[in-house]
Structure formats: structure tokens, C-alpha cells
Design a protein around this ligand. Structure first.
Ligand code: C5P
Length: 316
């Protein structure tokens, strides 16, 4: 096949706890990640040359080597030189639906789609674990974006354990178009403000991880207890982002409605989400928030949980 098209879904964090520092300079995390049905389209086309080309329909997405999807293709070319020599370079076209700089792993999921797509195009037959190991070299969220669904993530975010699918839940997402938060800034600010309370030492961190694995959020997911899941939503990064971004706090407050199971910021923000039990409730929540905040800069999406992240949709 000379061309593949894939959809690449966004993620939200149902839970994000910062445990402490890691020797590699990253943070040790305990997270529950969830794919949502808001997806970009990634088209891959084999080129006769050894070029890697990238296009994107979103003006804020760089169409050069700094794009994570470009780096994913470069990584595959380096890791599999024989396949690269045989099949040649690739043209990557990205059509964005997922907002940029949003805390929804938009860049990571595009990179995951390139890894999965080139594995197919170059007939490599890589396992999911092999793809995730490659993905971890690109970014902490890329391994999750390869498998998707509902998963526990520890380490930098790359150590994954699948959890039962939660495909009954509906989601309203809200983001101000002109607002984005730097992930690096959010983690650095968190370290500056709360670093004194970090759990340090290998054993103490392992104990904290174990506690999380057996904790209430994981139990609620195992029991498919949607009310509990809504109440247990958690994100440490809210502690630094919300005070600095009052509009995000205001949006989060607007999402607190009687039918909402829970509301939280995703990742390092600034996207805020609300969970509901039905599509009708999600639409009502969106309409109420739209009426409460008539700012045209505010974008709102109604979507739902999905058990898949990267999905090949066509090949020629
Ligand atoms: O891995 P990724 O490039 O997506 O991470 C972006 C930034 O987020 C890192 O450079 C780091 O500042 C912060 N980060 C962190 N700990 C993690 C994941 C990300 O400190 N586990």
C-alpha cells in the first residue's frame, strides 16, 4: 500500500497526581488517561524520494522538523533504515480537529498515528509494546496515544496498564481559542511551588504508586461507577494553572451543573471538561455554558469516551 489514512483521537486525564521528581528531570506521575472521540485525520503517502514532508491545515502547527509527527517519521527512518531505503520517504498531511496547546495530547496523537501508519506501510509488524517504546522517545503521552482507551499511566506517563473501557460516558470540552498553556511552564511552576512536598526516594515513590493502583479511582473504574468517577476526578496541575488563568477557573465553575458527574482541567490545560451520563445532558451543559459565557473565543465540543485512539480508515 502506498497511502494510509488514520484517525488520531485526543485524550483527557481523569486523574493526574504528581508524585515527585525523577532522576531524568521529569516528574513521576500517577494518571488515568482516557481517549475521547475528538480526532485529527492523518494521511500518509509514500514518496519516491527520501524526503519527509509535512502539511497541516492549522496555522499554529509548525510544518517542519519541530512537529512531533515529523519527528516520528524521522525516528522510524533511523530505526528501520532498510525499510526506509525500500519504501522511501513519506508525505504527512494533518487535518486538525483537536485544539492546539490544549492539554489534549493533539501533537502526541498525531505522532502516534505516524508510528502506527508507517508500521503498516513499511510492513514491519511491530508489536504494540515496540511501537510504545518508540513513542516514549518522542514524548510522555505518545505511548498512551498508541493504545488509547482507558489506562493507568505511571513513570513519566509511559508505563501503562489497561483498564476496563468506560464507553458510556459523554464529555463536554471547553477551550478558549486564543489561550494555551505551556506544559513545561506548568510543571516547572508546580515544582517551584510544591516541590517541598514531593515524595522522594525510589521506595517511597513505589509505595505511592502501589497505593494509587489499589486506590478509589481505579476501584470506581473497575466497578463502572460513573458517579464515583465523576467525584474522584483530580489534577494537581490545576493548582498552578487555575490561579494564573482566571478564565479557565470561570469556565470550570460554569461547567458545575446539576447533571454533571464531575468537571476538571485536562493535563496542563487550558481545556476543561465535564462528564455526563447521556448525550442529551452533555448538549444541555454545552448550551448552558454557551449562554453563560457568550465569548466567541470560547470553543465547546460535545463528544464521548472511545476505546480506540489510532484507527486506520483507508489505504490505497
Ligand atoms: O514528554 P513531553 O515532551 O511531552 O513533556 C513536556 C514537558 O512536560 C517536559 O519537558 C517536562 O517539563 C514536563 N513533564 C514532566 N514530567 C512528566 C511529563 C512531562 O515534568 N512526567
Amino acid at each position: 500500500m502506498r497511502a494510509y489514512s488514520l484517525t488520531a483521537a485526543a485524550k483527557i486525564n481523569l486523574y493526574l497526581e504528581i508524585i515527585g521528581d525523577r532522576p531524568d528531570g521529569y516528574h513521576e506521575l500517577a494518571m488515568v488517561m482516557q481517549s475521547v472521540n475528538l480526532a485529527d485525520r492523518v494521511d500518509l503517502r509514500a514518496l519516491g524520494t527520501d524526503d519527509i514532508l509535512i502539511h497541516c491545515d492549522h496555522p499554529e502547527v509548525p510544518a517542519d522538523h519541530s512537529n512531533l509527527a515529523y519527528r516520528a517519521a524521522q525516528l522510524m527512518a533511523e530505526a528501520f533504515p532498510t525499510a526506509f531505503a525500500r519504501f522511501g520517504g513519506v508525505e504527512i498531511s494533518i487535518r486538525k480537529q483537536i485544539p492546539v496547546g490544549a492539554g489534549l495530547a493533539g501533537g502526541s496523537t498525531n505522532a502516534a498515528a505516524v508510528l502506527v501508519g508507517l508500521d503498516l506501510m513499511w510492513q514491519l509488524g511491530l508489536t504494540q509494546q515496540e511501537l510504545q517504546d518508540l513513542g516514549a522517545q518522542l514524548g510522555s503521552d505518545v505511548p498512551f496515544c498508541i493504545s488509547g482507551g482507558t489506562a493507568l499511566a505511571t513513570g513519566r506517563g509511559e508505563v501503562l496498564s489497561p483498564l476496563p473501557d468506560l464507553d458510556q460516558l459523554h464529555v463536554v470540552l471547553g477551550k478558549y481559542r486564543s489561550l494555551s498553556v505551556s506544559t513545561v511552564w506548568a510543571y516547572q511552576t508546580y515544582r517551584r511551588q510544591f516541590g517541598h512536598a514531593y515524595v522522594s526516594g525510589h521506595e517511597a515513590q513505589a509505595e505511592r504508586r502501589q497505593h494509587f493502583h489499589a486506590g478509589p479511582m481505579v476501584t470506581a473504574i473497575a466497578h463502572q461507577d460513573m458517579t464515583q468517577i465523576g467525584q474522584l476526578l483530580y489534577n494537581d496541575l490545576e493548582r498552578v494553572v487555575l490561579p494564573d488563568y482566571p478564565k479557565v477557573q470561570q469556565l470550570r465553575d460554569a461547567f458545575q451543573q446539576p447533571t454533571v458527574l464531575g468537571t476538571m482541567m485536562s493535563g496542563s490545560g487550558p481545556t476543561v471538561f465535564a462528564l455526563t451520563a447521556s448525550a442529551e445532558q452533555a448538549q444541555q451543559v454545552r448550551d448552558t455554558v454557551r449562554a453563560a459565557i457568550p465569548d466567541p473565543d470560547l470553543e465547546l465540543w460535545v463528544t464521548r469516551f472511545t476505546p480506540t485512539s489510532i484507527r486506520p480508515v483507508s489505504s490505497v
